[in-house]
Design a protein around this ligand. Structure first.
Ligand code: EPZ
Length: 420
């Protein structure tokens, strides 16, 4: 298992490019199942989770590979001989594998997908995914930890989500595009990644309207065709890089972003005292040495993203004042707190709220990553901490960040990856 070693205290300067969005790439790769032939995707981030999704697709009989030379290109070839199953061994390593459920039922009339189980940040049920598929006429049985879904032909219907769910919206949307008739989905997730998936499906011949709003209408079609598409930039990786500039008192241009996808984060960084400006297809963040504490409440998009909560907590741990951070999406997304304590942060948890009293400085120590965004949070804190910080279990980091340590060292950070 690798670890990341950081010597804190360097203000970051320069330019860095965000990679393609993990949370767009995963549903889009699964959507290849909806068409016969080979789809080609560019700007696909080189991440462990993407590798897992390609493996899931290959297990079913797809040709799903990353290009050996152009490592940001992936191709997924789907012919008629697909075994519509996703085994526990793979699904347990990446819950987003459940995104094959909707396409498989829609295209092949059958799916046997392992229940994803919970993960570090919460129980993460998929009841809304199943509610949506049932509304389209699928028969759903849960046996031996697997979801068995069958449908001779899905029919359009009305789906009203009890909970706003990103992958639930995506799964049901991918099922509805081949259902007979009209589907109306209400209380949908509005994330840019949902919009991007709809964009790709429409390029394949689907008829989706309203993606990015809470009501999505879909007219089913008989068949979709393969697609070529470049994945949109990762707003969470880009946001993490902006926070790296902010926590180090630096000046960094993050290129290849869609600023309007990051309004909630940009507003908070400005409120804390950063200067953020849009500059040739990117966002520049210039920060004073010490910022002012701000309050954070995570909500569904376009609110403040839960995937940026841990990173902002690291920043608030060294800001001037007290910050109240409320996590409203997941029930257990404060596991970075005990590790930030080891670096000298002053944080008190009260239910789903964390009270962060800014301290003058942090001091480096060995810490342990517990989940994807927690690992980013600890690296950010290490950039600020006096002395050496070793972040272990960085396999969590590699799920969602493409060579983050290289991107940060390119901006002047004293950071390297070591065999633990
Ligand atoms: C997606 O997860 C993202 N993952 C997550 O990013 C992100 O944190 C999350 O959306 C929220 O924005 C991908 O897109 C691959 P949800 P998802 O369904 O879809 C509850 C990262 O760090 N819920 O929107 O699994 C659920 O328990 C990852 O990149 C149900 O109750 O999240 C949670 O409390 C982490 N029943 C809330 O809804 C359901 O059927 C939101 O979950 C589905 C969800």
């Amino acid at each position: 298992m690798d670890k990341i070693v950081i010597k804190g205290g360097q203000a970051l300067h320069g330019e860095v490019q965000a990679s393609g969005a993990k949370n767009a790439a995963l549903p889009i790769l699964a959507s290849a199942l909806l068409a016969d032939g080979t789809s080609t995707y560019r700007n696909v981030p080189d991440l462990a989770d993407v590798t897992t999704m390609l493996k899931v697709l290959r297990t079913m009989g797809c040709d799903a590979e990353r290009d050996a030379e152009k490592t940001d290109v992936c191709q997924v070839g789907v012919n008629g001989h697909i075994t519509p199953e996703a085994p526990y061994e793979l699904v347990k390593t990446m819950r987003a594998s459940v995104l094959v459920l909707g396409p498989l039922v829609a295209r092949f009339g059958r799916a046997r997908v392992s229940m994803p189980g919970g993960c570090a940040i919460g129980a993460r049920p998929i009841d809304q995914h199943l509610k949506g598929l049932k509304a389209l006429g699928a028969d759903i049985h849960l046996t031996e930890g697997y979801v068995e879904a069958t449908a001779k032909q899905l029919k359009g219907g009305t789906v009203n989500f009890d909970v706003i769910t990103v992958t639930g919206t995506e799964n049901v949307m991918m099922a509805a595009v081949l259902a007979r008739g009209r589907t109306v989905m209400e209380n949908c997730a509005r994330e840019p990644e949902v919009e991007e998936l709809a964009r790709v499906l429409n390029k394949m011949g689907a008829r989706i309207e309203g993606a990015g709003t809470s009501i999505i209408t879909i007219e089913g079609v008989d068949a979709l065709k393969p697609v070529e598409h470049a994945i949109l930039p990762d707003r969470i990786e880009a946001g993490t890089l902006l926070v790296a500039a902010a926590i180090s008192g630096g000046d960094v241009l993050v290129k290849h972003v869609v600023p309007e996808h990051m309004d909630a984060l940009v507003e908070k960084l400005r409120e804390a005292g950063c200067t953020l400006t849009a500059e040739n297809g990117g966002l520049r963040c210039k920060a004073p040495d010490r910022l002012t504490s701000v309050n954070i409440t995570t909500t569904e998009h376009p609110g403040f993203p839960t995937d940026m909560q841990a990173q902002l907590m690291a920043l608030m741990s060294v800001s001037q004042g007290t910050s109240v951070i409320s996590e409203n999406i997941f029930e257990n997304r404060f596991m970075h707190v005990p590790e930030l304590h080891r670096l000298g942060a002053d944080i008190t948890i009260q239910g789903h709220t964390a009270v962060v009293k800014g301290v003058k400085g942090l001091s480096g120590a060995p810490v342990m990553a517990t989940d994807l965004r927690a690992s980013a949070s600890l690296i950010l804190a290490g950039l600020r901490a006096e002395g050496r910080t070793d972040v272990s279990r960085v396999y969590h980091l590699d799920r969602g960040y493409e060579r983050l340590e290289r991107k940060l060292s390119g901006l002047g950070a004293d950071i390297r990856r070591e065999k633990a």
